[in-house]
Ligand binder design. Structure first.
Ligand SMILES: Cc1ncc(C[n+]2csc(CCOP(=O)(O)OP(=O)(O)O)c2C)c(N)n1
Length: 562
């Protein structure tokens, strides 16, 4: 074996990152300059963003598509902005590795310009965060940051390099092999299968119940468990609801698909899940969003739960039979144990009827013509236009609800990514997603309120040739919040509205000023041609769809309070 030559830390870091197959890193100047130059020499593109938060969101979108760590970087004064951008990666369970610079020890505790303590900033949004004080420590700490980010549950990690720009690694030498992860693992890094006694117990509970609903979560999507999920659902005649993040894990128009459950849902999913005798959670965090504040399923409902993280088992529903294992591998084992039992299809048929009835009520809105266009029609046109290998990146709030309830996905080649809660996430995240999969069409769906956050990244998209399509649901306000502000404003509804209305902005003019193509849509009939043109363009395009603030997105069904 040839001996590794000694090199400085910048060279080592660049070679190690390039060696993982990484194609892009995301940063704001001034940090790790020699590393960035060396990365460029090795064919890894450094993408200069306009804010650290956007750089973190880009790395997040990149990592979600590659299913491997994404890297973002910022200097000392940018660290707080970078940390705030990791919130969505933390909540969305993405392996983002943040690299920052921190002033050297002689500057500490004496009012250093531009710097606050970094450790508390990263504590809430990383599972591992450590200073790097010497080049000799860099290989070990980066390998651990990588391993920890990928390990169950995937989440961000952070290395804080000594020196404002991370200078320490340029000073020392290392002869360590430039390898971070010899196994080149993707999420999920491991696929443990639940113990056979647990599987037998769960199989018995599932076959004894006649009305079983499945709720598949982000962990099931990360495990790519769609085919196994559908096979088990067929065996049990069990309708399948999902979290927003697992939208499209099975074909959304499948007769067993109940839609997204919880607070970002259309009425059918909650009714169906609430009507179950037993619920099977698969890779699902059982948090407030998917359970409508733990009302769906009702407390006390018997649960079987598959999760790769033991601390999730029974977290929200005490009456749980837990299966510790990777969702895909464990579902396959469970399906084998269950075989093909004789099932009463009554519950599945009832669920399909509930979905069909709701779809029928939406049909007139989906087919609506005229101006301003209805968002239901926009979503139907997105469904029609979305290529079979497309990535749809949705912002939070109504953008999540509209796309999660009204855009249909094929459950095969299409991928759905959604903000885990941070308004404005989707546009920079879509840029990262496109960097990870340049050959796939990437469509971002955002409200104008979300798009305003990171408009400057239109310049990045053009400069770096990142050809995403941004559909702006431009209703001149925070549409989702209208109901709430009116309610508290009582007999002064217009005062409430003032809190959430913006002036009218033409985002095509904004886009053009950045050198980006803009297509304005003011009538329903213009949507399809605009999406067609955008998909053919091969360059970044903003499709600015002028809509009305008033229409409400679908609302969840809620059980009557006892
Ligand atoms: C960082 C952050 N700030 C505030 C919110 C609260 N919030 C959620 S949705 C929303 C309004 C979204 O407006 P817009 O993007 O225009 O979409 P619309 O609801 O009009 O479709 C707000 C303010 C949030 N989720 N994240």
């Amino acid at each position: 074996m040839s001996e590794q030559r000694s090199m400085n830390g910048a060279e080592w870091l660049a070679q190690a990152l390039a060696g993982t197959g990484m194609t892009h890193v995301f940063f704001v100047e001034s940090v790790l300059r020699r590393t960035l130059l060396a990365l460029g020499d090795l064919g890894v593109t450094p993408v200069l963003a306009h804010s650290e938060k956007a750089a973190a969101y880009m790395a997040d979108g990149y990592a979600r598509i590659r299913r491997r760590p994404g890297v973002c970087m910022a200097q000392s004064v940018g660290a707080a902005n970078l940390a705030s951008g990791l919130q969505d990666a933390w909540l969305g369970r993405t392996p983002v590795i943040a690299l920052t610079g921190r002033k050297e020890p002689s500057f500490q505790h004496r009012n250093a310009y531009q710097e606050i303590a970094h450790a508390p900033l990263f504590a809430a949004v990383t599972k591992f965060s450590t200073p790097v004080d010497t080049t000799a420590e860099l290989p070990r700490l980066l390998r651990h940051a990588w391993r920890a980010a990928l390990a169950e549950t995937p989440r961000p990690t952070h290395l804080d390099f000594c020196g404002l720009q991370g200078d320490v690694i340029e000073l020392g030498q290392t002869a360590e092999p430039t390898v971070i992860d010899p196994e080149a693992r993707q999420i999920p890094a491991h696929r443990p299968v639940a113990a056979s006694a647990e599987i037998e117990r769960a199989a018995a509970a599932l076959t004894a119940a006649q009305r079983v609903a499945i709720v598949a979560g982000d962990g099931a999507a990360a495990s790519e468990a769609g085919p196994e999920l559908l096979a088990l659902a067929e065996s049990l005649a069990a309708p399948v609801a999902t979290t927003l993040g697992a939208r499209g894990i099975i074909p959304t128009r499948h007769r067993l698909s109940a839609g997204v459950a919880g607070s970002y849902s259309a009425p059918p999913a909650n009714r169906i899940v609430h009507g179950a005798e037993l619920v099977l959670f698969v890779g699902c965090d059982t948090g407030d969003q998917v359970t409508l504040n733990w009302r769906v399923p009702a407390p006390g409902t018997p649960v079987v739960q598959i999760d790769a993280n033991p601390s999730e088992l029974g977290r929200s529903y005490p009456n749980t039979t837990g299966l510790l294992g990777d969702p895909k591998a464990t579902l396959a084992a469970l399906a084998q144990a269950i075989g093909r039992p004789v099932r009463d299809a009554g519950y599945a048929e009832e669920a399909a009827r509930i979905v069909a009835d709701w779809r029928a009520t939406m049909a007139p809105l989906i087919e609506s013509a005229g101006a301003p266009p209805r968002v239901e029609r926009l979503c139907a046109e997105v469904t029609r236009a979305l290529p079979s290998d497309a990535i749809l990146v949705a912002d939070t709030g109504y953008s999540g609800i509209w796309t999660g309830t009204m855009v249909e996905l094929d459950g095969a080649g299409q991928t759905y990514l959604r903000a885990a809660g941070s308004l404005g996430w989707s546009f920079p995240a879509s840029l990262g997603a496109k960097c990870a999969a340049p050959g796939r069409p990437v469509v971002c769906f955002t409200g104008d309120g979300g798009f305003y956050y990171h408009l400057a990244e239109l310049e990045t998209a053009r400069r770096c040739g990142i050809a995403v399509i941004v559909i702006v649901n431009n209703n001149s306000g925070f549409g989702q919040n209208l109901t709430g502000v009116r309610r508290i404003a009582g007999n002064r509804p217009s005062r409430g509205e003032e809190l959430v209305r913006f002036g009218p902005t033409d985002f095509t003019t904004v886009a053009r000023s950045f050198g980006v193509r803009g297509i304005r849509v003011e009538r329903a009939a213009e949507i399809a041609p605009a999406l067609g043109e955008a998909l053919r363009a091969g360059e970044p395009v903003v499709v600015d769809v002028v809509t009305d603030l008033e229409p409400r997105a679908p609302e969840p069904w809620a059980p009557v309070r006892p």
